[in-house]
Design a protein around this ligand. Structure first.
Ligand code: CP
Ligand code: NVA
Length: 345
């Protein structure tokens, strides 16, 4: 229920906020309608969110900064060259100091343990903006995009008449159970897919090379099993087998941030894993399959035909990073209060 709640809240914030940015929409009959403006939640008014990023980011950073503004708050972008963390100061002390002045920490780290350490010592909530193991806010945007495009997977759902989004978009339709294929490296984005899609009733089929370092690590698989998701997941080394019956095909870079030195080896090991029309045709994907990628993208993992073609939902997903992060900021940072933490501890 928690994933659905965040998605519904993202949708609500998107349709209350977009009219502020773009108050006029063209209706199906060609007329122009001007929205009545209703303020989005101002739960971050007078509050500050630290963006503690020790790796590069385009989407996650821009989404966080623009979302916090709409909630009435401010962000502080703290890159690894800017602050003392890791060089002159421990993660533990940094968490206490930053958390003593801000109302939330959104952190992009290397090893996942770093975010655990931040969360342990921060007096305010800490949210994961990507770690070695997980990338939760990415998959929330994927799921919101699936809901907005539910009609692509189910002909009984009417295509929304209004483009762009407006306050007239009411509830999001449910997404019928689909088959999601992932072809590529077992990295942070896939790991969140493994613990999210089966809980929403979808099947996941994964192809990665038969080498432990390209397969889900134990910490991830333990969580998958704990949540009962493993029953709906197939892992194979054969990309054709993975895309069989797929409604949605997903991939990610073969060389994640921090793995640049392994580039040559990885390019060799992932040969044959590029997502193409031919691969999906030969594997027997649903002829109407759609495509997603968290970005940034390289041509090696998906060719231009698919990436820029009509199957691709990649830029709809990147737009939605903003609304799902806004929902998380609102719920976790804006509506949270210090007394909750005192009660917990
Ligand atoms: N998808 C994603 O997280 O992109 P950035 O690394 O640019 O934030
Ligand atoms: N797996 C990629 C995702 C980037 C958004 C990485 O960790 O670099």
């Amino acid at each position: 229920g928690q994933i659905q709640r965040i998605i519904a809240h993202s949708h609500h914030l998107k349709r209350t906020s977009l009219p502020w940015l773009q108050p006029q929409v063209r209706l199906g009959n060609g007329k122009i309608s001007t929205a009545k403006l209703r303020m989005p939640s101002q739960s971050l008014f007078n509050k500050s969110v630290a963006l503690l990023f020790n790796k590069r980011s385009t989407r996650t950073r821009v989404a966080a900064e623009t979302a916090a503004l709409l909630l009435g708050g401010q962000t502080l972008f703290l890159g690894k060259e800017d602050i003392q963390i890791g060089v002159n100061e421990t993660v533990r002390d940094s968490a206490r100091v930053i958390g003593g002045m801000c109302q939330g920490i959104f952190a992009r780290v290397g090893a996942h343990e770093e975010i655990e350490e931040l969360a342990r010592y921060s007096p305010v909530p800490v949210m994961n903006a990507l770690s070695s193991l997980w990338h939760p806010t990415q998959v929330l945007a994927d799921i919101l995009t699936l809901h907005e495009h539910a009609y692509l997977f189910d002909s009984s759902i009417p295509r929304p008449e209004l483009e762009p989004y407006s306050q007239r978009h009411r509830e999001l339709p449910p997404v019928r159970p689909i088959t999601v294929a992932y072809v590529g490296d077992s990295a942070n984005v896939l790991h969140d897919m493994l613990v999210a899609y089966p809980r929403l009733g979808h099947k996941v089929r994964v192809a990665c090379p038969e080498n432990d370092k390209y397969r889900p690590p134990k910490a991830v698989w333990d969580r998958v099993v704990e949540l009962g998701c493993d029953k709906n997941i197939l892992v194979t080394k054969d990309p054709r087998e993975a895309v069989h019956g797929a409604d949605l095909v997903v991939t990610d870079t073969w060389i994640s941030m921090g793995q640049e030195a392994e580039k040559e080896q990885r390019l060799k090991d992932f040969e044959g894993y590029q997502v193409t029309e031919q691969l999906c045709r030969e594997g027997g994907a649903n002829p109407d399959w759609k495509f997603m990628h968290c970005l940034p993208r390289k041509q090696q993992e998906v060719d231009d035909e698919v990436f820029y073609g009509p199957r691709s939902l990649v830029f709809q997903v990147s737009d939605n990073r903003k609304w799902t992060i806004m929902a998380m900021f609102d719920l976790l940072f804006g509506k949270w209060n210090l007394m909750d933490r005192e009660r917990e501890t």
